[in-house]
Ligand binder design. Structure first.
Ligand SMILES: Nc1ncnc2c1ncn2[C@@H]1O[C@H](COP(=O)(O)OP(=O)(O)OP(=O)(O)O)[C@@H](O)[C@H]1O
Ligand SMILES: [Mg+2]
Length: 257
């Protein structure tokens, strides 16, 4: 569904991605792992259109999308969540979801959200969809709470909800499990699995917890130093010498290992 072809990204003098090529297959939950600074988030930014590569191509469903703006990619069915949640803190959970559906580019949010009582059919459909999504994510008890007042885990669920409101074919999840409690983490995993098996939604997720990755993903891509190091099942890559070396083997990662 997504294919990166020899992508390079340069930030000033730093080459964050160095001729990386990989594919995310349709219908799967693919994991994207690798040590800190490997280029995982940057790869997501390239796929979503937030960062322009200095070389290479991005294909989505076989079409070259390298030159498209983020909202154009969103319209084609590409959704993402952020490593740091991007909710509107003063809008309620319900309003956040409605805003995501009505203004994927982040514009004209307030038209839809603040004209209650004068819903047209389209707005009604968005409203119903948002309520349904809140129910699916089991966030009904906080539906009218400003998103800024939620726990970290609940914010992650709202992030997922905002992505779902855009009717995506694929969702990129950047460390959606980081810093959230076990119960919510399990719930999140169940929702992702359900969306994959029952709706055929494709996922690519960045996650550091390999047990969590192995619970969700049959296939993982391993990045290190801006390149694809290897890919395979979690068990295959976990025992790969090069992967162990990348995580623990000195160089700039030594201090963290
Ligand atoms: N906007 C930016 N400007 C300059 N350098 C950046 C920028 N974004 C990322 N980098 C650098 O690019 C490299 C890759 O960063 P990236 O955030 O993609 O890594 P990551 O694999 O997501 O790491 P983590 O697991 O810590 O989230 C790092 O060296 C980082 O410091
Ligand atoms: Mg990252």
């Amino acid at each position: 569904m997504i294919r990166l072809e020899s992508i390079c990204v340069d930030f000033g003098g730093l080459r964050a991605i160095d001729h990386a090529s990989f594919e995310v297959e349709a219908g799967r939950i693919t994991g994207l792992i690798g040590p800190n600074g490997a280029g995982k988030t940057t790869a997501f930014n390239v796929i979503a259109g937030a960062v322009r590569p200095s070389a290479g191509r991005v294909l989505f469903d076989g079409k070259d999308i390298t030159g498209l703006k983020p909202y154009q990619r969103a319209q084609r069915g590409l959704a993402r969540t952020f490593q740091i949640p991007h909710e509107f803190t003063r809008l309620t959970v319900l309003e956040n979801l409605m805003a995501a559906a009505s203004a994927p580019e982040g514009e004209n949010v307030f038209n839809v959200v603040f004209r209650r009582g004068s819903f047209d059919a389209e707005e009604r459909a968005i409203y119903d969809r948002a309520r349904e999504t809140v129910r699916f994510l089991e966030l009904e008890h906080v539906i009218d709470v400003p998103a800024g007042n939620l726990s970290g885990g609940q914010k992650k669920l709202v992030e997922l909800g905002r992505a779902l409101m855009r009717d995506p074919k694929i969702i990129l999840l950047d460390e959606i499990g980081a810093g959230i409690n076990r119960t919510l983490l399990g719930k999140l995993a169940d929702k992702i699995k359900l969306l994959n098996t029952e709706q055929g939604l494709t996922f690519c997720l960045i996650e550091h917890d390999l047990d969590y990755v192995s619970r969700l993903c049959d296939h993982v891509l391993v990045m290190a130093q801006g390149q694809l190091l290897t890919e395979g099942t979690v068990d295959q890559v976990r025992n790969d010498e090069r992967v162990i070396e990348a995580y623990f083997g000195g160089g700039k990662y030594e201090a963290q290992a």
